[in-house]
Ligand binder design. Structure first.
Ligand code: TRP
Length: 490
């Protein structure tokens, strides 16, 4: 039986090792960069509420399922799914889940690393005191100043490529070192430090004149802003994209749906309580995202920045904050270093499933597997690097459309996406929820009852509730949100 084996790749030294690694995977750019900018672009409170509902009703039970599959399968997601399917007498086609995870991991890492590179590029800027000028500028010039720093960076493909390369190299070094060496130790002080810095930033945000406006933006629920984003005086068109984005973000932020959490689960000691570790990871991840929002939006409103400016939102607001707060150079440097580290601990979980699988084929050592994966993600990363400069105007989704139809494309239309936008949409909003759906269905319908009960140790009632959610609520929820997004209910 597969459950008797220990993993070929080693094990966490304790339950805490898993919690640190899984939290390290979950907490990253998704919380601090993506969550605020998506909230800002989707109107605020309604997005946050839908996000929280998705976390609670769909993602939390799937997180438990994904850990459970890994813990039973004890290998890479591809082999875990194949072995478990075989063990319970089902088609080995279930391994498709592992394969889609491999693909999603590469696609995500390719852009994730570029964004992490932005954070890394901000470290020397903060250290050299570039942001200090903000404090001496008239209010009206602040926005222009901080935007110029950002625009300068992304307009230069060579700079982006350089920082992207450094991040990929960092990932390779860490993943090649194996799962215990270094990773656990680094995370032990990093996570608390990141949290502390967010609290310091929150202190600054509370001192800005529009703190409460930021709070209201995040928590006042106005569904019209989410459902009818492009209203003009004359027309209002319903859109399900905002809800889809919230669900996609929940999967993305919790690292679900591609086998990252599954492969970390494979390294769990057998005595671990799945329910307990899943709860801790979900709560930490959610708290960090909400904190990031509470830091960002007050600064946005206090300085006349736009909440819906997209991927540059966090960089521009934090620049203002560090420019104005006392000891801002110091805190800024530290913050961007921590953000890079948080991103790297997430990035490594994006290739670990593939690395583990390559090793299991017997043809790769950990080092060669890691280098191979890093190289592939690095090359794919060019698409994202160029999306912000030389290919800024390229819209891949319009390539199959007629010339006339292309002329009719408006800014903000579904097909109005750069390569970066396409990669982000395809992975977060399509592949991860689909992966999660398959994980839910497989676990709740195809695994033996006794295994589930034994692994979860939830008590009869708790177990039945969990299975009910996994069997019906999560799959139907994901399905409805998909149908809604393609406009079936409008
Ligand atoms: N969760 C990470 C973040 O919020 C990103 C990430 C790491 C991820 N591993 C993943 C997303 C696996 C999806 C799947 O930044």
């Amino acid at each position: 039986m597969s459950a008797e084996n220990t993993s070929l790749h080693g094990e966490w030294s304790s339950q805490l090792g898993f919690i640190l690694a899984a939290t390290g995977s979950a907490v990253g750019l998704g919380n601090i960069w993506k969550f605020p900018f998506l909230t800002g672009s989707n109107g605020g409170g309604a997005f946050v509420i839908v996000y929280l509902l998705c976390v609670l009703l769909i993602c939390m039970p799937i997180m438990m399922a994904e850990i459970l599959l890994g813990k039973r399968g004890r290998s890479s997601p591809i082999n875990t799914m194949r072995n478990l399917a075989r063990e319970y007498g089902h088609s080995t086609a279930w391994q498709i889940l592992g394969w889609s995870g491999v693909l999603a991991g590469f696609l995500i890492l390719s852009y994730y690393s570029v964004i992490a590179g932005w954070a890394l590029a901000y470290v020397p800027q903060a250290a050299m005191g570039t942001f200090e000028a903000v404090a001496h500028l008239p209010q009206a010039e602040v926005v222009g100043f901080v935007s110029a720093i950002f625009d300068n960076l992304v307009a230069d493909p060579w700079k982006l490529l350089f920082w992207h390369t450094v991040i990929i190299l960092l990932c390779i070094v860490i993943v090649a070192g194996g799962i215990q060496g270094g990773l656990e130790r680094a995370l032990r002080f990093m996570m608390p430090a990141l949290f502390l810095l967010l609290l310091i930033l929150l202190g600054y945000a509370m001192s800005t004149p529009k703190f409460m406006e930021g709070v209201h933006f995040m928590f006042d629920v106005d569904f019209d802003k989410l459902f009818y984003p492009n209203c003009t005086e004359f027309s209002c068109e319903f859109s399900g994209q905002g809800i889809l984005a919230a669900m996609g973000q929940a999967f993305f932020s919790l690292s679900l749906g591609m086998g990252a959490i599954m492969v970390y689960g494979a390294y769990l000691p057998k005595t671990t309580s799945i329910t307990q570790v899943a709860t801790i990871v979900v709560i930490s991840d959610t708290v960090v995202a909400l904190l990031a929002g509470l830091v960002i939006f007050p600064i946005v409103f206090s300085h006349g920045l736009q909440p819906d400016q997209g991927p540059n939102l966090v960089f521009n607001t934090l620049t203002v904050a560090f420019g104005k707060m006392s000891a801002g150079n110091f805190f800024g440097t530290l913050f961007f270093i921590l953000l890079v580290l948080a991103a790297v601990t997430s990035a490594i979980s994006l290739i670990e499933p593939t690395v583990a699988w390559l090793i299991e084929t017997g043809r790769f050592s950990r080092i060669s597997a890691t280098i191979f994966c890093g190289l592939a993600a690095w090359l794919l990363g060019f698409l994202t690097v160029f999306s912000f400069n030389i290919w800024k105007e390229v819209r891949p989704l319009t390539w199959l459309m007629s010339e006339q139809a292309v002329l009719d494309v408006q800014p903000g239309d579904f097909v109005d996406k750069t390569w970066f936008d396409v990669l982000d949409f395809l992975t977060s909003n399509v592949m991860l929820p689909l992966g999660g759906l398959l994980i839910a269905l497989f676990t709740a319908w195809f695994l033996g009852e006794s295994v589930l009960k034994q692994e979860l140790a939830l008590g009869n009632r708790g177990y039945r509730f969990w299975r009910w959610v996994l069997r019906y609520v999560a799959p139907i929820g994901v399905g409805l949100i998909f149908l809604n997004a393609i406009g079936l209910f409008s």
